[in-house]
Design a protein around this ligand. Structure first.
Ligand code: C2E
Ligand code: CA
Ligand code: CA
Length: 527
């Protein structure tokens, strides 16, 4: 995936945000799934309980119907003559508490007391056949179910005791609440009678109506909140889900923190401005005064510390990121040194290492212009160092670019001179101003005569080309003395190690007017 600075998932805040999302999203979806499954289970339980209760209720009413059928032929006969048969029904038919004969809206004969006269509220019967009541001739405030079978203006009314009803309602799971409803009247498991719909907020409520009788069974769970009860009764599932989400979020956190591809990591570092300029002084070989500096890039990595350029420059060049990286340190050096230009000696040389990739378009010209514009005229000489190991293709576009750079006053140094194959024609084509003799040659000075001879040859070749010479990697006094008068400038640990740009300004610019010190800063070199 290409690197996107706004979506850099290694940034702590974004990484934390994504990790939290990766925890809360599955946790939320998982909880919703568990909740919905739990609701379905509750509904299934309510339905099953209502069906079971209905089956028992219908069985019981079937018996009442049987008693009614048996008593129908007794209608119209004198009460004394049929009383024994009525009482026989009570004794033999299950659940039946009393059998009553009625005519023109009044009971005239009951298995309880025999002959009797009392209206029985026929109009209150649902579909004229079923009544849930609370006070019967036998007992006050005791629920009953009356089943009526009509024949002309007469009827048989069989009463089922409320205790049987509440017993049937009570048979289900104690966590369930089951109610019987006939007409507008209700009976609950505890035998409480209601003449209007009782208020109840139980969960997963279902209503089941009988296909045979005008009655309804309502069932539901005695739970106030489905989420709380989910927590209470499905805690194992929730703990499992929670552990899974924590594990998932942890893996996410780890994955996001893993180093990405080297190019993406470089792009991230560029965005975070982790590339910083270090400066190493260049001294005049005769006076040993600081006359310039070479800018050397370092990567101030947040965890790995200071990283040497040879460990990341090849990757930066391959990916093309070297161009904005160089621009970043040019801008930084320009800003810091322009602020201190009063301390700079005139014609102070500032050298940047430039990769061939940077010379492909005119962006380099613009960046050089931008750099020089910060300084007063004549204050600095901008030097671009091109390594001899990576020669440029002399096509018309590149030649034109270097012509314009030359016109701008930008100097060109051939870096690592002696290690590559630059020809005289090449050096002239690109308007090279200076040669930096590679440190591998300087290191041979003071060893044995044959190697020293090679150094002399390289210096001789450089001088004959008529270009200014800079000796790199000067580490000993003997080397400095040997090179005095043979090259224009010296650069090496003897005069100063690369240090951060601000430190360079503080330490070296103060001495710019005086000879460089023998023993230089012990800035730790990066890993
Ligand atoms: P270079 O351009 O030849 O830079 C000189 C290298 O020699 C630097 O290593 C410097 O620290 C080291 N050096 C200086 N004096 C002495 C000395 O007395 N003894 C020894 N042994 N070494 C000395 P550094 O900074 O590690 O840079 C290595 C290379 O990385 C540079 O070689 C250059 O090719 C490349 N580089 C550094 N910064 C940049 C940059 O901004 N852009 C590009 N494209 N390349 C860079
Ligand atoms: Ca260089
Ligand atoms: Ca070099």
């Amino acid at each position: 995936m290409p690197y996107s600075p706004t979506f850099d998932t290694t940034r702590p805040h974004l990484r934390l945000l994504i990790t939290l999302l990766m925890f809360s999203l599955p946790m939320l979806l998982g909880s919703l799934a568990l909740h919905s499954r739990y609701q379905t289970e509750l509904l299934q339980q309510s339905n099953a309980a209502a069906a079971r209760t209905m089956m028992l209720m219908e069985t019981m009413l079937g018996h009442a119907q049987e008693a009614n059928r048996n008593a129908l032929p007794l209608l119209g006969k004198p009460c004394e003559a049929v009383l024994d048969t009525l009482r026989e029904q009570v004794a033999l038919v299950p659940f039946v508490r009393s059998v009553n004969l009625a005519r023109q809206g009044k009971i005239y004969c009951t298995s309880f007391f025999g002959a009797f006269k009392m209206p029985y509220g026929v109009e209150q019967y649902s579909q004229g056949s079923l009544l849930l009541g609370n006070t019967s001739p036998a007992r006050r405030d005791h629920p009953f179910l009356a089943m009526r079978a009509k024949q002309g203006d007469a009827a048989v009314v069989t009463l089922v005791d409320g205790d049987y009803l509440s017993f049937i309602l009570h048979l289900s799971d104690p966590s369930l609440e089951i109610m019987l409803n006939v007409g507008g009247r209700w009976l609950d498991e505890q035998g409480h009678f209601f003449d209007k719909t009782p208020f109840w907020t139980g969960l997963a409520q279902v209503s089941l109506s009988s296909e045979t009788y005008p009655l309804t069974i309502r069932a539901g769970h005695n739970l106030s909140s489905s989420w709380l009860s989910l927590l209470q009764y499905r805690s194992f599932g929730l703990i499992l889900l929670f552990s899974f989400c924590v594990g998932f979020a942890f893996i996410m956190w780890w994955l996001l923190g893993r180093p990405r591809s080297p190019t993406n990591e470089l792009a991230r570092a560029l965005q975070a401005r982790e590339f910083v300029p270090f400066l190493q002084p260049l001294v005049a070989s005769d006076s040993e005064r600081v006359v310039g500096a070479e800018v050397l890039m370092r990567w101030q990595h947040p965890t790995a510390g200071l990283i040497r350029p040879d460990l990341f420059i090849p990757q930066a060049e391959a990916s093309g990121l070297i161009v904005p990286m160089t621009h970043l340190i040019m801008t930084e050096v320009g800003a810091v040194m322009a602020a201190r230009q009063a301390c700079l000696p005139d014609d102070f040389h500032i050298g940047f290492n430039i990769s061939a990739a940077h010379c492909r378009d005119n962006v380099l010209l613009d960046q050089c212009r931008e750099f020089l514009a910060r300084f007063a005229p004549g204050k600095v000489v901008l030097v671009l160092e091109l390594t001899e190991r990576e020669l440029l293709v002399a096509d018309p576009h590149t030649l034109e670019l270097f012509r314009q750079l030359d016109a701008l006053g930008v100097q060109l140094a051939m870096d690592d001179f002696g290690t590559g194959h630059s020809s005289l024609v090449y050096l002239q084509q690109f308007h090279v101003n200076c040669l930096k003799i590679d440190q591998s040659f300087i290191g041979r000075i003071g060893t044995e005569s044959l190697s020293e001879h090679i150094v002399d040859n390289v210096i001789d070749l450089g001088s004959r080309l008529g270009l200014a010479l800079v000796a790199e990697g000067v580490e000993t006094r003997q080397q400095a003395d040997y090179l005095k008068g043979k090259v224009a400038c010296l650069q090496g640990y003897l005069f100063g190690r690369p240090v951060p740009v601000r430190q360079f300004c503080d330490e070296q610019l103060a001495q710019a007017a005086s000879p460089a010190m023998e023993v230089k800063q012990e800035q730790p070199e990066p890993a």
